[in-house]
Ligand binder design. Structure first.
Ligand code: SF4
Length: 271
C-alpha cells in the first residue's frame, strides 16, 4: 500500500492533457506520409512501391493526376524512401466524416520524358488537424458508451484502443467507457478489413445497438481493407457492411488519433 502511494507521489500525474493542449508525442512517433506537391517531379516511383495502391498516377494527354488515398495508407514509409518529395509526418488528427475526405489529388502538366513539372492544382481532403479543437469542450460534456468490434484485425488497432484506458490517455475522464454489449452502446468502434466470417456478427452487432448510434471505422483495414483489400476472405472495409460515420486513418492510428475520431463522431451523434 505504502509502495503504491510512494510511487504515485514520485511519478505525479502522467495523464496527457490532450485534447486541451497538444500532446507530447514520443520521438519515434510516426504519422502518415506528407506530400510536397509543388516539389514533386515524378510520382511514379512512389506509386510503384506503395503496397496498398494508396498512391495512383493517371495520365491523359499532357496532363497527369496523382491521387493519394490516406484511407489505404498503412504508414509503411516506402514512398518516403523512394522520393524526396515525400516525408513521414507526425500529424495524427486525420479522422474524417466522409471517405472522400481522406483522398487528396494533384494535377500536373506532363513532360515528354514522363516527369511532371507544372503543378496545376491541388485538391486537399478535409483530413487536416486542428479544426475541431474549439468544439471539443462543448462535446466533452456528454457520456458515451462504446462497443469495440474486432472484425478481423491483426490486433494492432486493438493495442492502441486498449491504451486509451491506461493512465496516460485515461479516456474515462471524458465520461467515455467501453461496454460489453452492443445493447448498451452509443458507438461501435470497428477495426479490421471485415473478414467474411465476421460479416454476419458485425451486422448483428449493428442491429443490436439502439438508435441513435454512430460507427467509427479504425485503421486502414477498417477504412479500405488496408493491405488485405477485398478478397475471398475479406469484405474490404467496414462501410461495405454497415454505414460508417467517421474514418480514422493509420496503421495503427495512435491513441490520440482514435480519441480525435471518437470526438468527431460524438459531434455527429449530437447533431
Ligand atoms: S506510407 Fe502509405 S502511401 Fe506511402 S508507400 Fe506506404 S502505404 Fe503507400
Amino acid at each position: 500500500m505504502f509502495k503504491i502511494l510512494e510511487k504515485t507521489f514520485r511519478t505525479g500525474i502522467v495523464t496527457t492533457a490532450y485534447p486541451e493542449s497538444a500532446p507530447k508525442l514520443p520521438l519515434i512517433a510516426r504519422g502518415l506520409p506528407e506530400f510536397h506537391w509543388a516539389d514533386w517531379r515524378d510520382a511514379r516511383p512512389a506509386a510503384e512501391v506503395c503496397p496498398t495502391g494508396a498512391i495512383t498516377v493517371s495520365d491523359a494527354g499532357r496532363s497527369r493526376t496523382v491521387t493519394v488515398d490516406y484511407g489505404r495508407c498503412i504508414a509503411c514509409g516506402e514512398c518516403a524512401a523512394a522520393d524526396a518529395a515525400v516525408s513521414i509526418s507526425r500529424k495524427f488528427e486525420l479522422a474524417a466524416p466522409a471517405r472522400n475526405d481522406l483522398v487528396t489529388f494533384a494535377e500536373y502538366t506532363l513532360d515528354e520524358d514522363g516527369t511532371h513539372t507544372g503543378l496545376v492544382r491541388t485538391e486537399t481532403g478535409q483530413a487536416v488537424g486542428g479544426r475541431l479543437r474549439r468544439e471539443i469542450d462543448r462535446v466533452l460534456g456528454r457520456s458515451l458508451a462504446i462497443r469495440e468490434v474486432d472484425a478481423g484485425s491483426c490486433n494492432g488497432c486493438e493495442l492502441e484502443i486498449i491504451a486509451l484506458n491506461n493512465p496516460v490517455y485515461d479516456i474515462e475522464r471524458f465520461g467515455i467507457h467501453f461496454v460489453a454489449s452492443p445493447r448498451h452502446a452509443d458507438m461501435l468502434l470497428v477495426t479490421g478489413p471485415v473478414t467474411r466470417n465476421m460479416e454476419l456478427a458485425l451486422r448483428k452487432t449493428y442491429d443490436a445497438a439502439p438508435d441513435p448510434k454512430v460507427v467509427v471505422a479504425v485503421g486502414a483495414c477498417g477504412i479500405s481493407g488496408g493491405i488485405f483489400g477485398t478478397n475471398y476472405a475479406t469484405r474490404g472495409g467496414v462501410d461495405q457492411v454497415i454505414p460508417v460515420d467517421v474514418y480514422v486513418p493509420g496503421c495503427p492510428p495512435r491513441p490520440e488519433a482514435i480519441l480525435y475520431g471518437i470526438l468527431l463522431a460524438v459531434r455527429r451523434l449530437r447533431s
